[in-house]
Design a protein around this ligand. Structure first.
Ligand SMILES: Cc1cc2nc3c(=O)[nH]c(=O)nc-3n(C[C@H](O)[C@H](O)[C@H](O)COP(=O)(O)O)c2cc1C
Length: 199
């Protein structure tokens, strides 16, 4: 379908591997004709973003390299106290390094947002916060965001999805990310270049 296949970057989960949002990101793109790189677990163990002198560790550079190449992005966060987890937000803060890129921040890329919490209120507020952040970063939140909540985990010990509704929603979200990447790939420039001097 695509040549090369669209490159999708997932950011999510927690400092341990196998969190629900990490599994959700992986499941969403399972079987898709896309290359998925997920930053989870130790990948998210980045120094706290320091505004005056942000760190440029190898892990930070790897994340930024991936995001600069990305055709689409997925962000998954546990809901903590009405917002995202600090670990996920801290990783997103490093996107400030992309402010002066030719494609600043996440512009031109669809961003699927996933939130998982103990209750629906926590998941909903984390999802809304994530979508606000994506807007601030000039990304395009997909029309469908996915909330997961409740005592029953929708994945088994092997990471397989056990809930048909969750499966359907995650695949729909991934489809929207990939569809947008395809549109972007085939779109012609919409604005003529600015004249050298504006009267
Ligand atoms: C510090 C902290 C704050 C949390 N705050 C909320 C909350 O406000 N609302 C809620 O429903 N769940 C809350 N939870 C529960 C987590 O959202 C839930 O356990 C987590 O998403 C599990 O996800 P995981 O399987 O990906 O680790 C909180 C958990 C922690 C550790």
């Amino acid at each position: 379908m695509f040549h090369p296949r669209p490159y999708i970057v997932g950011i999510g989960g927690a400092l341990h591997l196998g969190s629900t949002t990490e599994l959700a990101i992986r499941h969403a793109f399972a079987g898709a004709d896309a290359e998925l790189d997920v930053f989870a677990g130790a990948d998210l163990d980045l120094p706290l973003y320091a505004a005056q002198s942000p760190a440029q560790t190898p892990a930070v550079q790897r994340l930024l390299r991936a995001l600069r190449r990305a055709d689409g992005v997925v962000i998954g966060s546990p809901g903590y106290h009405g917002g995202l987890s600090g670990v996920v937000k801290n990783a997103l803060d490093y996107i400030e390094f992309m402010r002066d890129d030719e494609r600043p921040y996440l512009s031109g890329r669809a961003v699927g947002c996933i939130a998982n919490a103990a209750g629906w209120q926590g998941a909903m507020s984390a999802l809304a916060a994530t979508r606000n952040i994506v807007h601030a970063l000039r990304g395009w939140p997909t029309p469908l965001g996915v909330c997961l909540a409740g005592p029953q985990k929708p994945f088994d010990a092997q990471g397989r999805c056990t809930d048909t509704g969750v499966d359907r929603n995650l695949r729909a979200l991934a489809t929207e990310v990939l569809q947008f990447a395809q549109w972007q790939r085939h779109s012609a420039p919409v604005m003529a270049p600015r004249p050298a001097k504006v009267a």
